[in-house]
Design a protein around this ligand. Structure first.
Ligand SMILES: Cc1ncc(COP(=O)(O)O)c(C=O)c1O
Length: 432
């Protein structure tokens, strides 16, 4: 790839040459010429087109929980595509795999008698949850309950609703108003008193839902403060507000229980999921819906309303077949319980790292999800670059924090080596 000389370019300063692919969340001039192009996966490792083998310490974007290139999941996709790639689930149509996946997910949902809405990913799921929350209150005759609350440092994807409820300002800016979708508001990160104050200020009669990740991911890996989620649930019940847990990262074992709701002992009204439902082998997400919300849409009457939402790939048959095969692997190989074992190793390793390295200001762990926050004089971007040279992938998150979220299939020693490499890279950065 050649980079255009800005002095001779027709548009001085613009980098005009390079691949047509416009990368996501990328400063393109910086990215061009130093892209890491992944060619194949081998379990917990990926190999670049240059032949470099890297330990995938982030499981891609927190998705590859069973590791990469799993033959059983490839086979499930092949078998389903040979039968029927998909058939939509609009009106009276459905396909057998979407129905089977609905049953399977309802059986493991962190709520009784859940119904399941399927779609293509996490941002889709947030749109559905937010629309369904507003629709719920409108149907209840309380149409003024529209405001969606979310927490500082939250990330809920980048569709219109996710962008609007984001607690990361840089993802909200540049779209013409403070909130792309009207009627959203943020609360402080771990502060129940602030939630209560906000509810009373805005008026509980105007608030539809509170959306939160059980463990905030992109915001820097922040587990909930002790009692926070239970307190949030209490406030929601007191003020008749729906509790939406965004389990796009935490769902399907990442925190050592199938859903983080179970780890933290809360029963949400809606749960969004994506990534870990297929370990990323097919683009699939969805929402688990509690009876309080779905029952009125199932009443046997001509008056019964329709939830006017749906996308072509809702309940995609191949994605659903892959999800079913993936859940088989997760259960057969005991991978959720394995996360519990790996959590102990991760915690011990990170505590040791923090004790030895003054440049580490905080370490945070929940399941196989870790954040290492660095002192301001150490640059997390440079540390992750150094890690790549050492053969490990991490990612700089907001707050100068390194992301650790490897696949569940790793050996204890691989986790130990990952943290050792992080320590090495930190020392190298400190000596610059
Ligand atoms: C908590 C959370 N919610 C929603 C999303 C959006 O998911 P997607 O990128 O599949 O649209 C993400 C993605 O990282 C996420 O971490």
């Amino acid at each position: 790839m050649t980079l255009t000389d800005p002095t001779t370019s027709s548009d001085a300063g613009a980098v005009l040459d390079g691949p047509a692919l416009w990368s996501a969340q990328a400063h393109m001039p910086t990215v061009l010429g130093r892209q890491l192009v992944i060619d194949r996966g081998e379990g917990a490792y990926v190999v670049t087109t240059e032949g470099q083998r890297l330990f995938d310490g982030t499981a891609g974007l927190w998705h590859a929980n069973v590791g990469h290139a799993h033959p059983e999941l490839a086979q499930a996709a092949y078998d389903q595509m040979r039968r029927l790639e998909t058939y939509h689930v609009f009106a009276r149509y459905a396909n057998d795999k979407a129905i089977a996946l609905g049953e399977r997910l309802a059986a493991i949902a962190p709520m009784e008698r859940a119904k399941v809405i399927l779609n293509s990913g996490g941002s889709d799921s947030i749109d559905v949850a937010a629309k369904l929350a507003r629709r719920h209150w409108q149907r209840e005759g309380r149409a003024e309950k529209t405001i969606v609350l979310s927490r500082d440092l939250s990330y809920h994807g980048l569709h219109a609703f996710g962008t609007s409820i984001a607690g990361l300002p840089f993802n909200r800016e540049g779209y013409g108003s403070d909130s792309l979708v009207p009627e959203t508001a943020r609360v402080a990160q771990h502060d129940l008193a602030d939630v209560e104050r906000t509810i009373l200020e805005l008026g509980p009669e105007r608030i539809a839902a509170i959306v939160t990740e059980p463990v905030q991911g992109t915001g820097g890996v922040h587990p909930p403060a002790p009692g926070y989620l239970e307190g949030l649930q209490r406030l929601c019940r007191e003020h008749d507000i729906l509790l939406v847990l965004d389990e796009v990262i935490t769902g399907f074992g990442r925190t050592g229980t199938m859903f983080a709701a179970q780890r933290y002992g809360v029963e949400p009204d809606l749960v969004t999921f994506a990534k870990g439902v297929t370990s990323g082998y097919a683009p699939l997400g969805g929402v688990l819906v509690s009876p309080r919300i779905w029952e009125p849409f199932y009443v046997d009457s001509v008056e019964t309303p329709i939830f006017r939402h749906g996308v072509t790939y809702a309940g995609h048959a191949t994605a659903s077949a892959v999800a079913l095969a993936h859940l088989d692997v997760l259960e057969r190989d005991g991978l959720v319980a394995r996360v519990g074992e790996l959590e102990a190793v991760l915690r011990q390793q990170l505590d040791g790292l923090a004790a030895r390295q003054a440049g580490v200001v905080d370490v945070r762990v929940a399941g196989l999800l870790g954040g290492v926050e660095l002192a301001p004089e150490l640059d997390a971007v440079r540390v992750t670059d150094a890690l790549v040279d050492l053969g490990f992938i991490s990612r700089p998150l907001r707050g100068n924090t390194l992301q650790l979220s490897p696949p569940f299939i790793i050996a204890d020693e691989e986790l130990v080596s990952f943290v050792a490499a992080i320590e090495h890279a930190i020392i190298q950065e400190g000596n610059r």
